[in-house]
Design a protein around this ligand. Structure first.
Ligand code: PLP
Length: 408
């Protein structure tokens, strides 16, 4: 990986509680703030904008580490990398009348955008001399953590609900994590990790319970701005579970504006959930600042089956500040959206990615999104990890082939 080592410099000033603004030093191992809220990383943006130009960036590799000034790793020797290259922003003219793109995050290591967050969290864990990490997961976060932890020589413990897609559980175990399935939801798995921290001496890498996964996910926003030549789309549709990506992108755009690299116009952030698990949509619709626990969460889109999110108030704030909204789509519409995209554009999405297209269609219909707006959909993982309909076509090569029947 090309790390432009000659000018690697760290600009973090401090860490900050996302609720109270209380400050914490950057050099310590830290989880949630004293108020049980996620902690955000703060940078000396004025100095970065003096010392870094858009032209400088162009000379660097097209990968996540290109934005090192806006990332928390102090010593480049602590970078734990599996090749976090740019993901393509693909125009999809056959999917709608308006300007529509899919950012295909399935091309990242371990096949999902969880790699962005976990490569940062594990790199920082290495920098802070942590040796054992643990995570509750619906699949992809565990796979990414297992892979990066192995790479860093750490031991890792992963807890999945027992109905997590089988392939996820297997890939996690193959990448060397102590892997357990649990007869509960991700929140139950989270409790196992939380309550075992002391006895097991592990570091809790749960969504938003340490400061650095957001910084990794933030690169989706930096990369998107960079790819679009520092002009952002009108709307971003994001499948929202714990919300790291949405919160991270909003943070990225705020930092870029403070550096003077983009203007104050923001993409409207649209959070998509399944009607089977839509705590953020409910809170948005009811005008609440935080979400309630969603009972009996169930959806084909496992990655967004998150009944309670610690960062719920940050997701809702990000949506409202940008004039976006939250939208719930049915599992049937997710499955049908996945088929349409594969058939019309040759792109195999994961169900969560398909949910963004289902939401696009639904909200064009409702009028909350206009065909005049440019829209970016996030496909969060490779479609290959998820079940597909069985193919029953069969040819008996020992007998004469009736070619006319192949057209059917
Ligand atoms: C984790 C995950 C999501 C949700 O991402 P957040 O940023 O945590 O909200 C969506 N889809 C897939 C496939 C995921 O793995």
């Amino acid at each position: 990986m090309n790390l432009h080592l000659e000018n690697w410099k760290n600009y973090v000033t401090h860490l900050e509680c996302s609720k109270t603004g209380n400050r914490y030093p950057h050099s310590e191992v830290i989880g949630l703030s004293d108020n049980n809220a996620p902690i955000l990383v703060k940078y000396d943006l004025a100095s970065i904008s003096k010392e870094l130009t858009k032209e400088d960036l162009k000379l660097r590799g097209e990968n996540l580490w290109r934005y090192s000034e806006l990332l928390p790793v102090k010593n480049h020797e602590n970078v734990v990398s599996l090749g976090e290259n740019f993901t393509p922003l693909i125009p999809t003219p056959n999917l709608g009348k308006g300007e529509l793109f899919i950012k295909d995050e399935g091309r990242l290591p371990t096949g999902s955008f969880k790699a962005r967050g976990l490569c940062m969290a594990i790199s920082m864990a290495k920098e802070l001399n942590i040796k054992r990490v643990a995570i509750p997961t619906n699949g992809n976060a565990g796979a990414a953590m297992a892979a990066y932890a192995k790479r860093a020589g750490m031991s890792s413990y992963v807890f999945c609900p027992d109905d997590t897609p089988e392939i996820n559980i297997r890939e996690i175990a193959m990448q060397g994590a102590h892997t357990w399935s649990v007869n509960g939801l991700i929140t139950d798995c989270g409790k196992i990790v939380r309550e075992g921290v002391e006895e097991m001496n592990w570091f809790d890498v749960s969504t938003l319970k340490e400061p650095y996964r957001i910084e990794g996910k933030k690169t989706m926003g930096l990369e998107l701005a960079d790819q679009m030549n520092w002009k952002l789309p009108d709307v971003i549709i994001y499948p929202t579970g714990g919300g790291t990506g949405l919160i991270g992108m909003v943070k990225a755009f705020n930092e870029l504006e403070e550096m003077g690299w983009i203007d104050s116009k923001r993409p409207r952030m649209v959070a998509v959930q399944s009607t089977g698990c839509a705590p953020i949509v409910k809170a948005y619709d009811e005008g609440n600042e935080a979400a309630e626990f969603w009972e009996n969460a169930e959806t084909v889109a496992a990655g967004i089956r998150v009944p309670a999110a610690v960062g719920d108030f940050l997701i809702l704030k990000g949506i409202r500040e940008t004039n976006g909204f939250a939208s719930a789509v049915t599992d049937e519409s997710i499955i049908s959206a996945r088929e349409i995209v594969a058939e019309k554009e040759g792109l195999l999405l994961c169900p969560e990615g398909a949910a963004t297209y289902a939401a696009y269609l639904q909200e064009i219909q409702s009028g909350r999104i206009s065909e005049k707006e440019s829209v970016v959909l996030f496909n969060c993982a490779t479609g290959l990890k998820y079940p597909m309909p069985k193919v029953n076509n069969f040819i008996d090569c020992k007998s004469k082939i009736d070619y006319s029947s192949l057209r059917a």
